[in-house]
Design a binder for this molecule. Structure first.
Ligand code: CMC
Length: 441
């Protein structure tokens, strides 16, 4: 076994080097503090491995993404989302019987507890569907307690995967003031979601195979991405032995931000802004290069991918096909392609190795499918569920695992003496009537 040496204050410490099955290397510093009193400082955890995992492999330099060893390109071309979900959660592809049963369970468990419907009546009509999604998933633990226990874990996993699409579609229906539509066992996971979104009591909705396939593909390419912000959040919360629903609800909140899953909504808003502004995309490239502008090219850049994002490659190809097949022309697609073309040639983006990520083209496909912009991140969340669940399950089954509890370097005030408010200078010099006092925070 190879080792790494660290010399601090003239003392030498030796640490084991860990090697992954794909040849990745890490220095195991888990005994560092106990032995030396030092910790490592790694803001944003860019160099920190928080766990060993068998779920997803990424090589950011080579643009490789594999779920349980299977390349994303092969899964995207030939597998369907429920099969991929099963693979991620249980570590192997299902056989025929397992797959039939799994698909059936994903529909049979789609129905929410009747009392959960009441919640939808009390969210304001303007509520963002991600807020509804996160709240509803957390609330599931009140209806299905014991969701962290060994005996019930599988039924809660399938229930969560199944009900997520219902919750998402219901939140859309609610925002339109339309009655909810229930799932049918004869429909696939993706088709059920689309039908629950678009059917009305007055009119059945025939799900087009193009739409069904496009949604399935989008869910598949989002299904896991190892220790990203939301998956790490799920593990962080789950490490305290919080239940499945509480942990996943936290992951949904983490995903919402525009630097993470919320980027798909932000990309479309950015492209619309450019179009309204006359389509001058070069102006926005310049803004993105100007650090003082506070503007970033949404859908560009990635912490891990430094040459290309394989998911973006798949979606860019799918984008042309889907728009073609649906007979949709979208001026935003031209703006996106121009923006990408210019950015990929520009020194600023080339030097920083910034490429379109998964969110750059996904929004254009969602738009072509008639999905409202504020639902894009919800669809990312539904796609990412199997990954979060797999990460939570793996962490939970690792009996040697510990509660996640990073350290810090304190850079605040040194010890000082507390004085009561009347002793503090500014209060003495400028006394205020009691009624207007507020506490300093
Ligand atoms: N536009 C302009 N400049 C950028 C961008 C961008 N989109 N992304 C990174 N940079 C610059 C950044 O200013 C920095 O420049 P410098 O070295 O001169 O200070 C350099 O590139 C490195 O950026 P960073 O912020 O240190 O990189 P990070 O790894 O911390 O952040 C990121 C990764 C994805 C948050 C970031 O690239 C970003 O904000 N992208 C836009 C938001 C986005 O599309 N997010 C979706 C990510 S993919 C979906 C998912 O899985 O979450």
């Amino acid at each position: 076994m190879s080792t790494a040496k660290l010399v601090v204050d003239g003392k030498e410490y030796e640490f084991p080097v860990v090697e992954g099955t794909e040849g990745e290397h890490a220095i195991d510093i888990s005994t560092l503090r106990a032995r030396s009193g030092y910790i490592t400082l790694d803001p944003g955890y860019a160099n920190t491995g928080s766990c060993k995992s068998e779920i997803t492999f990424i090589d950011g330099e080579k643009g490789i993404l594999r779920y349980r060893g299977y390349p994303i390109e092969e899964l995207a071309a030939s597998a369907r989302f429920p099969e991929v979900a099963y693979l991620l959660v249980y570590g192997h592809l299902p056989d025929q019987d397992e797959l039939v049963d799994w698909r059936r369970q994903l529909t049979l468990n789609s129905f929410m507890h009747e009392s959960m419907h009441n919640f939808f009546d009390n969210f304001p009509p303007t509520a963002h569907p991600m807020a509804i999604m996160s709240s509803m998933v957390a609330s599931m633990s009140t209806f299905y307690p014991g969701s962290g226990e060994d005996e019930t874990v599988d039924e809660n996993i399938v229930r969560l995967l199944a009900q997520a699409k219902t919750i998402a579609a219901f939140s859309y229906k609610k925002s339109r003031g339309e009655p909810m539509v229930y799932p049918l066992t004869s429909y696939s996971y993706a088709a059920n979601f689309l039908r629950m979104m678009y059917a009305t009591p007055a009119e059945e909705y025939d799900v087009s195979p193009v739409m069904e396939r496009a949604l399935d593909l989008l869910l598949t390419v989002h299904a896991d991405h190892e220790q990203n912000c939301s998956a790490s959040t799920v593990r962080m919360v789950g490490s305290s032995q919080a239940n499945l629903y509480a942990s996943i609800s936290a992951g949904i909140s983490a995903l919402w931000g525009p630097l993470h899953g919320g980027a798909n909504q932000a990309v479309i808003e950015m492209l619309e802004g450019i179009r309204r502004d006359g389509g001058d995309y070069k102006k926005y490239i310049n803004m993105a290069k100007d650090k003082n502008s506070g503007f970033r090219l949404m859908g560009f850049g990635h912490r891990v991918y430094k040459n290309f994002d394989p998911r973006a490659k798949i979606l860019k190809a799918a984008c042309d096909d889907v728009l073609d097949e649906l007979g949709v022309t979208d001026p935003l697609l031209d703006i996106a392609k121009n923006l990408e073309g210019v950015a990929l040639e520009d020194d600023f983006f080339v030097e920083r190795r910034l490429y379109p990520n998964v969110d750059f083209y996904s929004g254009i496909i969602y738009r072509a499918m008639g999905i409202p912009t504020n639902m894009f991140t919800v669809l990312f969340a539904i796609g990412r569920l199997p990954g979060w669940i797999a990460q939570w399950k793996e962490m939970r089954e690792d009996r040697a695992g510990r509660i996640h509890r990073p350290r810090q370097i304190y850079v605040g005030k040194n010890k000082r003496v507390f004085k009561s408010v009347s002793q503090r200078e500014h209060v003495e010099s400028a006394p205020r009537p009691f009624a207007t006092w507020s506490y300093d925070t």
